[in-house]
Design a protein around this ligand. Sequence first.
Ligand SMILES: [Zn+2]
Length: 305
Amino acid sequence: MKPPIPYSDSPLDRENLRRRSRDWVEAQDRAPESRYLPLWQLMPLLKLGDVRELAWAKREFFEDLEPTPEPVLLGTRDGVAHYAVDVSAEPKREPGFGVEDVASFEDLRAIVAQLPAGDAAIAAQARTLVDWHKRHGHCAVCGGHTRSVQGGANRICFDCQAEHFPRTDPVAIAVVLKGDRCLLGRGPGWPDTMYSALAGFVEAGESLEDAARREVLEETGVRVGEVRYVSSQPWPFPSSLMIGCAAFAESEELEIDRLELDDAKWFTRDALRAALEGRKPDLTVPPPFAIAHHLIRAWVDGELE
Ligand SMILES: [Zn+2]
């Protein structure tokens, strides 16, 4: 099996069955061995050192904070509960928060390549959930206040009892293929040499396949027939799910939407192989923490025929 795509394959059990019991959730809250990951403005606390790892704290660190943050239960590992705690209301303290190791808050996107795979996945879940809770203190139905339930798996409105669940925004991301060529695009503001798979949000009432076809047609003028799912990646900025596809083109001529793309081009397999291996100074592709890298590599390796 291939190594997991970054941000996926979390080692935590989300405990979606046991967290239905309020008693069980409260027992985790009281357990002295429970571990807490502080996030400051959505940046997780990481140990400093040759290998960067998540820096876990004990419950005491936030009990005296005002207002007391509400931890979000991410799941368990070997029976130990793991939480994320938003400490954005506090002044930034590094090191601090009761973490014994020297640690610093880091932008997850900038640091992911240095994290162990499991830690990247946990940080992705933590980042998305903390952001969602922060922005959903009010009910979208009646405007009333909401409260966190089931350890933060969802929220319920105090007034109308409407349930609200953390959102995931699906994005279709596709390498467009025709024979021995692959169509990639360059977004506005990217380096001149950088090309990547084409991506767009799946819209309301739209299938993944229809979204991929529409996106490719709108951005490049290329008509796509068959669309095949390849793999997916959580993208916690703030709550996307990148759904990687191979899109098989039925036309080649380009008519580029210059609002969405600076450029789009058909590339040969040899050119993309050289770019993946860093042998082509005039062409770069996204690094391995992005699903686009894996889609391009899968095509170069003959896996998307
Ligand atoms: Zn309500």
